[in-house]
Structures are given as C-alpha cells and as structure tokens.
Design a protein. Sequence first.
Length: 272
Amino acid sequence: MTRPFAEVIGDPIAHSKSPLIHNFWLGKLGIDAEYRSRRVSALAAADYFTQVRADADWLGCNVTMPLKGLVGGEIDRIDRSAAKIGAINTVVREGDVLAGYNSDGAGFFEPFEGRFDDDRRRTACLMGTGGAARSIAIALLEAEFNLTVLGRSQQRAADFALSIGAPLEIRPGAIGDPLRDPALLVNATSLGMAGQPDLPVSLDSLGPDAIVYDIVYSPLETPLLAAARQRGLATIDGLQMLVGQAAVAFEKFFGVQAPRQHDAELRERLIA
C-alpha cells in the first residue's frame, strides 16, 4: 500500500538532514506520510519531474545542489521571491500545477523574533556572493536593512549587485577587513565548513549587542561562532535556518504547520 510522500533531491544527497527533520514532525503529528531522499543529478532532472508528475502520491520536493538553479524549466509556476533569487529550493504539487518556491529567506529570518524592531539598528554585513547569500540579501533588503556585502571577487561582486536589483554597498575583496559595527553579521560562504579554511574576519569593531549568524551547520560550532561567543556576542547557528526553512516547506507539502514545540528534541537528534 502506497502513501503520500515528499522528498529532497540533489547530488550528492546522503548527507541531507531533511528526512530526519520532516519525518520527526510527521511522527509527532501522527500523519501517515513520509519524507525521503533521492539522488538526482543535473542531467536527470527532466526525467525526474516527468516521473513524479505521474505519481499521485508525490506531494513535492526540496531541491539542493546542484539543482537549485536548474529546475525552473521543469515546473509550471515560480513564486515571485524564487524568481527574484534565481533559485528554487521547494517544488509543490498544487492541483495539476508544479509550483516553485524559495524558503531560504523565511528560514533565515525565523530566529530573530522581533530583535530588529528598532530601525536605528537595522544594519547588516553579509559575507558571500553565492546563491545562499543572494536569497539572504534579498530578504534583508525587503526587511529594509542597510546592507553591506563583502566578497572576494570583483566580477562576482558586480554580478551579485546586478542580480539583486536594489541599491547596496559592495566591498569586493573585503572579507577579513574590519567591519563598521553592524547590528548583524552573517556568514553565507562555505568558509568555516568542515574541510574548508576558516573565515578570516575580525570581530573587533562589533558592538556588544551585535548578532553573529553563520549559516554553516557542519560543524555546528564554527570558528566564527566560537570567536563571537568568546566575546560574549549573541550567535545564531546554521541549524536554526535549516529547521526554519524546512518548516516552511513542511506546511506546503503536508498542509499543516510543523510542531515547533518539539524543537529542542529535534535539535538534540540533529546534533547526535
């Protein structure tokens, strides 16, 4: 007997924590459905969507590398935010239509809970010019943050500014330069990730009420976050964004809100 399912697709995919998150929530809610992972290469994306369109049990999928920027041509409708970002990380069956969304911005903002209600402190410094940085930059600009972006490549920085379509300060080659007391410092690069070099940035100019946010979650305690905690600064790790964006997708797939009252238990399982 079959049952409804959603899944995450990408290549590689074995490392994904999404099945653990979604199946945890399904179990807590007693929903007779499941969430899987499936390895899908860039060359196989078209065949994948042809197959799942014909599978009545398929509710949708999350999309990870290298497919985020490639699936737009395989679906019927793209949400405005995903179109602006240029990347889709969630595809949902909506009747006879496959709709594409990007939940990164909503997941990124979830941990703040009104911390930036004071417009005078709505300043952010974002490190990185990749796809994740673009979705975060758009979310910050839509929330009316004064944004500075630090990048290492002159050309990528110029392309990044053009893709955002909004005024922002770009400082190419500036990762590691002293910062000018932003209220929020965000690492959206792979630096500090397991197997990658540390992020070369000084925190000396951050004020005592600054927040340091690292979207990397492997390791959970990155060198950047460790340095911020040593200075007594508030920190947000990548696991919080991962769970936040998963909650957005969960509601789209299964039609109910994720049971977030169990977040502490879920976090323990994710870091075990």
